[in-house]
Design a protein around this ligand. Structure first.
Ligand code: SF4
Length: 197
């Protein structure tokens, strides 16, 4: 797929994004932690645990992308110590895209951030819960991957739901951070560090 969004970003937008990243423009993972529907959300605690694994094992700084004014930002500030709040990228879609264009990898729920990967030419890992890649929204490039469970109740809806109809949300809670880390390791293997160009 042609990275049409990378080509559509202006030089000024990318320069602002690079300035916002400061000296952290190289070697970071852009984490799309949000989703409109609850059943499409991997628990935030898992994303935070993944961020720690990414930093420790792959030297990738986590950048948690959240929409302005959403509860996700509040949740992250409770989970992360104050000295790590700079890892939270709370901004609109266009600036988020400009920042993600410098990422080594995007990891996201089945939500808007997931689609940034192919549109920017950045390796992408999709975490799928109540929806499935067969619906057609999964990234499918040679450096993309999907992490999911094989439980029988999937999928339980096309768009996701406000709560799990069965009450356990195992489609997401059974996905452990090391499984996502391994997917990141696979899609970033051999990739050049950062894509500033
Ligand atoms: S019913 Fe199954 S697929 Fe649907 S939200 Fe619950 S655990 Fe996930």
């Amino acid at each position: 797929m042609r990275p049409w969004l990378r080509e559509a970003l202006t030089d000024a937008e990318r320069a602002r994004a690079r300035a916002r990243l400061a000296d952290g423009a190289e070697g970071f993972a852009f984490l799309g932690v949000g989703a409109r529907w609850a059943t499409k959300r991997w628990p935030m605690e898992r994303f935070v645990a993944l961020g720690e694994l990414l930093a420790r094992d792959l030297s990738l700084v986590p950048r948690y992308a959240v929409a302005p004014g959403e509860p996700d930002g509040v949740a992250l500030r409770k989970l992360l110590p104050p000295e790590r709040h700079a890892e939270i990228v709370e901004t609109g879609f266009r600036e988020a895209a400009a920042i993600a264009s410098f990422a080594r990898v995007i990891v996201s729920n089945d939500s808007a951030a997931l689609h940034l990967g192919p549109a920017l030419g950045v390796p992408t890992v999709g975490i799928f819960g109540s929806t499935v890649p067969a619906f057609g929204f999964a990234p499918r490039g040679p450096r993309d991957a999907v992490v999911e469970t094989e439980i029988a109740c999937r999928p339980c809806g096309v768009h996701g739901k406000r709560r799990c109809p069965l009450g356990h949300h195992r489609c997401m809670t059974e996905i452990a951070p090391p499984a996502v880390l391994e997917a990141v390791r696979r899609v970033t293997a051999g990739a050049e560090p950062g894509r500033g160009g």
